[in-house]
Write a protein that binds this ligand. Structure first.
Ligand SMILES: [Zn+2]
Length: 405
């Protein structure tokens, strides 16, 4: 997302580390090398102890191997309320690998270079979590008028896997927050919607013969290409259709085939071909309807295939499923986030986040965090101190909404 900087900076244009409440906390969280494939338990334990030190109740939900955990922590309101009208500050603890990337500094030792802090996760997305945590002493000192929750997840970068267990646990405990702020990097702009994404693999089984006998075979590559062409044609229809939302950089639902494998030699009619494809859809569009039409088209091809060889087939596997969400329309948490961000501008993005999963579980979500998605996943990932300052200004204003005084 390319979000414009708001006109008229609300914060000091030049920030120094010593101006930032959360600077040391960011360095601390970055120092835990929580690459998605590795355990995040050290970070989770550290944050859990820290929050319990301020009176938080905490709950962990684990992956199947108990090597990774989500943390859901609640700082109770002064009146003892822990369940309703709270605000959730949410982020993922995992980061993408640094393997093979040319880093100029130690990726797990956040390092100041000019006005930029370099380190894996400084943008995506440890800074938001760290700044929220660094403000806990202030929130507690001023007294909370409503609960403040922290939701820290694992395995976001590999498909928003971990947070689903956290959300199920929260829903099961009848915790009903007003809403959830997810600190993915948006340049501290408010994002109120993101597209959904569904991915599939298609496997075509044909009938192998010498290519001199082509009519006696079933060419799996060519049938796959018919399906790929059908998928591309639906993409063009949606590009040219009326279901558009100009708030997105790509304002319509897209289809895309990203991987294809098939055939073994030019003189053999290929028996197997497989390809992987996605639909990245506006929240109002239904990927199931797209898939039902594709399935019907595939089924229409099968009788001619099976007339040659009854063992031929076209199969589909769903690979992943991320819903979209759209919180346009001034939900309570959107109002609070507007006030905290000091801006009325709203954006929508084409990449998926955990926001949709919270939103779908009756925790209305907005996305707003420091740094820019362009710097995420890159070597020398960096965030400007100015962005961290904006995030701290956001937390200060949030205190006015969640604190007694
Ligand atoms: Zn992220």
């Amino acid at each position: 997302m390319k979000a414009p900087e708001p006109a008229g900076s609300l914060d000091a244009p030049s920030m120094r580390p010593e101006d930032l409440v959360g600077y040391e906390m960011i360095r601390r969280l970055v120092a835990f090398p929580t690459v998605s494939r590795d355990s995040n338990l050290e970070l989770i334990d550290w944050v859990r102890n820290y929050l319990e030190g301020f009176g938080a109740t905490t709950a962990l939900t684990f992956d199947d191997d108990r090597r990774k955990a989500n943390l859901f922590a609640t700082l109770p309101a002064r009146d003892g309320n822990t369940t309703h009208r709270g605000i959730v500050l949410s982020g993922h603890t995992d980061v993408v690998p640094v393997d093979g990337q040319p880093w100029d500094t130690d990726p797990f030792a956040a390092t100041l270079v000019g006005d930029r802090l370099h380190g894996r996760g400084v943008t995506d997305m440890k800074s938001f979590c760290a700044i929220g945590l660094a403000f806990v002493p202030e929130f507690v000192r001023r007294g909370l008028a409503r609960p403040l929750h922290f939701a820290l997840s694992y395995d976001e970068e590999i498909g928003c896997i971990g947070v689903r267990r956290l959300i199920a646990d929260v829903v099961g405990k009848a915790v009903t927050p007003t809403g959830c702020i997810i600190g993915e990097p948006t340049g501290m702009q408010l994002v109120v919607a993101n597209k959904g994404r569904r991915t599939w693999r298609c496997r075509v089984r044909g009938h192998e013969v010498h290519s001199a006998l082509t009519p006696q075979g079933v060419n799996a590559v060519q049938i796959a290409c018919d399906l790929v062409s059908w998928i591309a044609a639906r993409g063009r229809e949606m590009r040219d259709g009326h279901r558009q939302d100009p708030a997105y950089d790509v304002p319509y639902t897209t289809t895309h085939v990203g991987v294809i494998h098939g055939g073994t030699a030019l003189n053999i009619v290929p028996r197997d071909c497989a390809f992987e494809f996605e639909v990245r859809h506006l929240p109002m569009d239904d990927p199931d309807a797209f898939f039902a039409r594709l399935r019907a088209y595939a089924d229409s091809l099968v009788p001619a295939m099976q007339a040659v060889d009854p063992r031929t087939s076209i199969e589909f596997d769903t690979l992943s499923e991320m819903p979209g969400f759209d919180n346009e329309g001034r939900d309570a948490v959107v109002e609070i986030a507007h006030a905290c961000a000091g801006s009325d501008v709203e954006h929508k993005v084409s990449y998926g986040t955990e926001a949709a999963l919270f939103h779908g579980a009756s925790m209305p979500a907005v996305i707003c965090g420091p740094g820019h998605i362009e710097q995420a996943h890159q070597p020398n990932e960096w965030v400007r101190l100015e962005q961290l300052g904006r995030c701290e200004a956001f937390m200060r204003r949030l205190a006015q909404h969640v604190c007694v005084e």
